[in-house]
Structure formats: C-alpha cells, structure tokens
Design a protein around this ligand. Sequence first.
Ligand code: NAP
Ligand code: G4F
Length: 318
Amino acid sequence: MKRALITGITGQDGSYLADFLLQKGYKVYGMVRRASTEKYERIAHAKDKITLLQGDLLDQLSLVNAVKEADPDEVYNLAAMSFVPTSWTQPVLTGEFTGLGVTRMLEAIRLVNKNIRFYQASSSEMFGKVRQSPQNENTPFHPRSPYGVAKAYGHFITVNYRESYKLFATSGILFNHESPRRGMEFVTRKITHAAASIKLKLAKELRLGNTDARRDWGYAGDYVQAMWLMLQQDKPEDYVIGTGKMHSVKNVIDVAFKHLGLDPKRYVKVDKRLFRPAEVDMLCADYTKARDKLGWEPRVTFEELIRMMVDADMERLQ
Ligand code: NAP
Ligand code: G4F
C-alpha cells in the first residue's frame, strides 16, 4: 500500500486529492494546523479513512515530525495562503507560508528520507503580466502580487532542490481550477453563490471588481489527477496544467445567471474598491507537454463547471 502525505488537505484541492488517492488504494495522511474550531467540512465524508497529523508550514519541527510519522512515498505540498488580494494586506505572512514554507517542507524531506517524491502546488499567477500567450513551461515569469512572487520562490526552490540534492521534486504550474468546494471569496464561487442566493431571494445584488479579467478555468477534480501523474513518471519535471481556453469574469456571470433564468444586468454592480493594485489581465495554458508526456486531458468544460457550481449552491441554500 502506497502512502501519501497531503499538506492543505482541508482546502479545495487537498480534499479532491484525498478522494482520488483513497480510490487508488493509498494510505492517506493529511497535515492540518491547529485551530480553536475544526474546519473539516471538505473532508468530512472521508475523515474516517484519513489520518490527520498536526503541523504548520511556519514550524520546521512540526513538518519533520509529520513526515517521520506518515513515512510517505509521496508528499503533496498544497498548503498555502492562496487568496491573491490578502497577499497585499499580509505580504510578509504570505511570503512565509507560500514561499519559505516550501523550503521547510523540502528540508524535512531531505532530513527524513530523500527518496520521497515531492509535488509543489505552483501557480499560473507566476506568469502575471504575461510575456507570451498561451503560457507553457518555458514562458518567463512576471508575477503581479506578493502571492505570485511567493509562488515563484516556491517554484524555483523546488527546481533547485531537484538539481542540488537529486530529490524527485516536481512543480505543477496549475491554472485556475474551481469546483463546488471552492472557497467563497474566489470569483467563480462568489458569482455562483450570489446567483443562487438572488434566485432564492436571499440576496439582491452582487458587487464585483474587474469583470474584464480573463482566466483559464478548469475543474479541480480533473487537476488532482495531473498532480498524481507527475509523481508516477521516471523523471521529475515541471508541467503546465490548464484547459487552453480563456474566458472573462463576464462570461462566468452570464453562464451562472442564465442557468437560473436571471438577467445579470439587473443585479451585478462593478465596485472599484474591489480592483487589485496590480491586475493579471489574462492567463491561458499551453498544456501540450502534460498531454503528450502524462497523457492528461481536462474533462469538464467551462460551461459544465459553472453550471455544476450553481446547482451545488442552489442545493446547499435550499
Ligand atoms: P485553499 O482551498 O485555499 O486551501 C489552502 C490550504 O492550505 C488549506 O487546507 C489551509 O488550511 C492550508 N494552509 C494555509 N496556511 C497553512 C499553514 N501555515 N500551515 C498548514 N496549512 C496551511 O487552496 P486550493 O485552491 O485548494 O489550492 C491548493 C494549492 O494550490 C495552494 O497552494 C494554492 O496556492 C495552489 N494553487 C491553486 C490554484 C487554484 O486555482 N485553486 C491554482 C494554482 C495553484 P486551513 O483550512 O487551516 O486554512
Ligand atoms: O478568483 P480569483 O480571486 O482568482 P485568482 O486571483 O486568479 O487566483 C486564483 O488562481 C490562481 C491561479 O492562477 C491561484 F494560484 C490562486 O491561489 C487562486 O486560486 O480572481 C480571478 C479574477 C481576477 O482577475 C480578479 O481581479 O477575477 C477578478 N475579480 C473580479 N471581481 C474578482 C472579483 N476576484 C475576486 N476574488 N472577487 C471579486 O469580486
């Protein structure tokens, strides 16, 4: 039985990855940080099958102990401060969690067992003000937020530990991926939840920032398979994962509201206070390498994804 340790198991991706690895017959360990109230909604359905270990990306000893105790074949480092706007209000903490936290986890692996395979959750936010479109593994980075800068550090330290210590360390450069388990503050979920609330007369309007921004949005359930595939290869390499299709925030609004028979013009308001100090205008993945080497393809389309999220929010609110 293979063993995996997932950091960030209480998050969107961690919960889908746990489901995926359990199905594959893995013994799954999840690292969680201590809180006065437990936040395990996303893994509640699988909690009996997962072993939770306390640890924090800020605390080196807790990482060493989590790796020792789980004794994993694979570590998936998904934990991070992942919300871009907060990275401007908490830039130092973001650097600690999302950047230096990666080094701490790599050091824990180097100390405990150099044969552990390591996956780092890197981000298309590193491309930022894009130098070419679509973006692939060779596109230069120009991050536009403290979050993007911290992720670029996490990416390069992963590459560096692979080159310096011959660790099986990979960096998955994932474009935006969503699901009914997406955090409420991210734009897709904010929109699908608001559309459902308005339909049920629980809300009257939706205030958004830059609705012209364009992203390559895919389904989180598809993307965790790509993470796993990266660790099953002969050689550790970095991969771009996305759909190759770009849509605007306005497109998300249209699909979500029309799915419920609502006219978005009546409810959606642009609020300048929600614009970012520096915006990433567009992101679009060239995932040719993942398709050719991993045999990976996204399955859920943009429209299916948004409708799935609206339906789940309707069901939850009803
Ligand atoms: P998420 O839902 O925000 O989950 C983040 C997870 O990190 C949560 O489990 C959180 O735990 C944990 N965490 C935060 N700080 C921690 C700390 N100091 N110590 C231990 N755990 C900590 O994020 P996600 O969407 O699943 O994303 C997973 C990873 O992929 C993140 O690294 C994110 O930056 C990256 N990524 C995401 C996307 C995307 O579109 N979703 C795209 C590219 C890259 P709590 O529950 O305790 O808060
Ligand atoms: O949904 P978002 O907050 O996601 P963002 O900033 O692209 O980051 C997500 O994807 C990254 C991968 O590229 C991950 F690394 C990161 O962890 C996270 O999962 O915003 C998407 C776009 C932005 O351009 C934003 O300006 O939507 C625009 N937007 C417009 N109004 C809004 C809003 N975003 C949010 N969150 N809230 C709004 O009201």
